[in-house]
Design a protein around this ligand. Sequence first.
Ligand SMILES: [Zn+2]
Length: 333
Amino acid sequence: MCNNILILRIFYLFKTTLNIIRFVIPLGLIIMITLDLYKNLIINKEDNEYVIVKKIGTKVFAAILIFCIPTLINLIFNLFSKMNIGSNTDASFLNCYQKVNLNLIKQLENEQELKLSEVEEEERKKALVTLQENEAKIKALQEENTKRNQSTSSNTSTYTNNTTDMNKQNKVYIKNGTFYAPSYKASNPNTYSGKDCPSGNPLNKGYNNKYGYNNYFWNLLQNFKTAIQKAGYNISYSSQGCRSYQLQVSYYKTMEKGRAAHPGRSNHEWGIASDVTFYKNASVKCGSNRTYKNCPGMKWAHEHAKEYGLTFPLINASYKEDWHLDPLKLKKY
Ligand SMILES: [Zn+2]
């Protein structure tokens, strides 16, 4: 109760008023007595002494009584609080009345202001933290958006702007972002894509560029690799960007049936497929027992390939090839 400023103020007001009454009224009475004496003794001389003494006596008695009232109230309060009569609340009520003074009120007011300013400060800090968090979120979203736009635009330009190489005869071409590749079923090696591939290791010689990849597909690979490196991982491509017809024949003959495509039908022969090696981080290759957990670079590559116009079509195939990369949009003609 002593912490309630309003109650303390009421107590203080009451106390002050009592103190004023205690002095002002007796003072007034003394002045009145003096005036009475002056009137009766000096001016009128009407009343007899007995009446005068009675009049003055009454006023003196009243003055003493009024002077004593606050003292009496204090005395009663003192008595009550010392006896600790009633509940604790009553006792603290009396204690508060006795203790109250201007300093106590001021002290309480200061404390309350301090508490308020502490609360305000805390709220301001919280608001600031929330603001900073939101700003960071917005910034991250903006960055992600910018990255996505950049990758999309670069992919689109790779796709749509390269509409040359429109010779459909035995060639891969791009139209409206889609790869078109011949779907030969015949077995005349001279009509296959592989005829352009050098025998043996095609590295540095190649079908359409130095790694033997189709130029458009090569651009997609490069964009993809850059993104993977930015994500903290890495990737390396097989050197067989363009696999020769003869090599496809030998794979077809020696590998388990269904594993290698029929010669003339493999995207590898057109330089539009790649077998890639995944990395755990920027420099360490994943082993053959790789999983998404121990090879996060593979997880990232599988999850993001589509954003770069590429796909891993054989992740869930019966002959699982989680490393085989094709163009996302591909049609055979
Ligand atoms: Zn492959």
